[in-house]
Design a protein around this ligand. Structure first.
Ligand SMILES: [Ca+2]
Ligand SMILES: [Ca+2]
Ligand SMILES: [Cu+2]
Length: 330
């Protein structure tokens, strides 16, 4: 069960300054980030074409987490766009780093958030459990290439989602690749796969109905995972069937950064056409839930579920997918 985490607690990691014990986290010196100056990169991810159209955004099933602002439901119209069929993989992100020398914020700050059962690091690297969510540890040396800490690597994980990337890191990848992050509305419209008002990308059946349909948690959170879906942490990005638009695992596996600032009241004043969220904020939107979602404490493996974190935060269960630039929209 949820231990110190209440019913409104999401399975994302706490913000970076909470992980570092409530002190403002400072970047290590001598760690300049690059990425903008390199020539545009090759973005190799297969695309799903999303047709122009109108949909009802927000919770239709009554399962909303009220504090997250999944309602009021409202009608949204979007132009067509192309979205990555999968989240950006470790292999994709490695091409970006190799081409640009980019250093992620997990590297420049020197730590990232790792789920306790996924830590692979000497004790000295472990900064201690996070207040309120003791299954999250700040781990020095954890980054996209060392997802469990300094004793881990990417062996066998080339086709898994890149994780430990902050919103700022995701935006840097997009700049290089000639892409952008989806707006929250674009993300939800694509996740729905053409099934209006459904709870999940595949419809209204529960995720274990007829075999597991995505990668979440089974068993007793946060200690015992019975692995019925096959995966403790990340799964390969194509491990489960795609939705009606061809998107793999929009819900489950890893949280996905969106372009928008997060505000739980954003839907009360949303634009009807191509909404882009609040103009200011403290945290960016995360969508889709993760391998840590479980019905007992975080049911955010749903189309309308919302969460957020600060733009410099990173964790082992959040990544991103990208969309075409607006000038390229068909
Ligand atoms: Ca799982
Ligand atoms: Ca996902
Ligand atoms: Cu969750």
């Amino acid at each position: 069960m949820g231990e110190a985490c209440g019913p409104d607690c999401a399975c994302g990691a706490p913000p970076r300054d909470v992980l570092s014990g409530g002190r403002a986290a400072l970047p290590l010196l001598g760690a300049p980030r690059t990425g903008g100056a390199a020539p545009a990169g090759r973005h190799a991810i297969a695309q799903a074409r999303i047709p122009a159209g109108t949909f009802v955004m927000g919770d239709s099933s009554g399962d909303e987490n009220r504090g997250d602002g999944e309602t009021p439901r409202h009608t949204v119209a979007l132009e067509g766009y192309a979205i990555d069929a999968t989240t950006v993989t470790n292999a994709d992100f490695a091409r970006f780093v190799e081409a640009t020398g980019y250093r992620t914020e997990a590297e420049t700050f020197g730590f990232s958030a790792v789920f306790h059962l996924a830590v692979s690091a000497p004790d000295d690297d472990i900064m201690g459990p996070a207040a309120g969510t003791p299954w999250w540890y700040g781990v020095r040396g954890a980054d996209w290439a060392h997802p469990g800490g300094s004793r881990s690597d990417l062996d066998g994980l080339a086709d898994h989602p890149v994780v430990h990337v902050s919103w700022n890191d995701a935006a840097a990848y997009c700049d290089w690749a000639g892409r952008r992050l989806p707006t929250e509305a674009e993300w939800e419209y694509a996740a729905r796969g053409g099934l209006d008002g459904a709870k999940y990308p595949w419809g209204d059946q529960e995720p274990d109905d007829g075999g597991w349909r995505t990668n979440i948690w089974q068993g007793s959170f946060p200690r015992e995972n019975t692995l019925e879906d096959g995966w403790l942490t990340t799964a390969p990005v194509r491990a489960f069937a795609a939705n009606g638009y061809g998107l793999f695992q929009p819900v489950g596996n890893v949280w996905e950064w969106c372009a928008d600032w997060f505000d739980p009241r954003a839907y009360e004043r949303s634009a009807e056409t191509d909404p882009r969220g609040p103009s200011l904020g403290m945290a960016r939107v995360l969508r889709g839930g993760s391998y840590l979602c479980h019905i007992s404490y975080c049911n955010r493996y749903r189309n309308s579920a919302r969460s957020s974190n600060t733009p410099d935060s990173s964790m082992g269960n959040a990544g991103f997918r990208t969309v075409s630039l607006r000038t390229e929209n068909a």
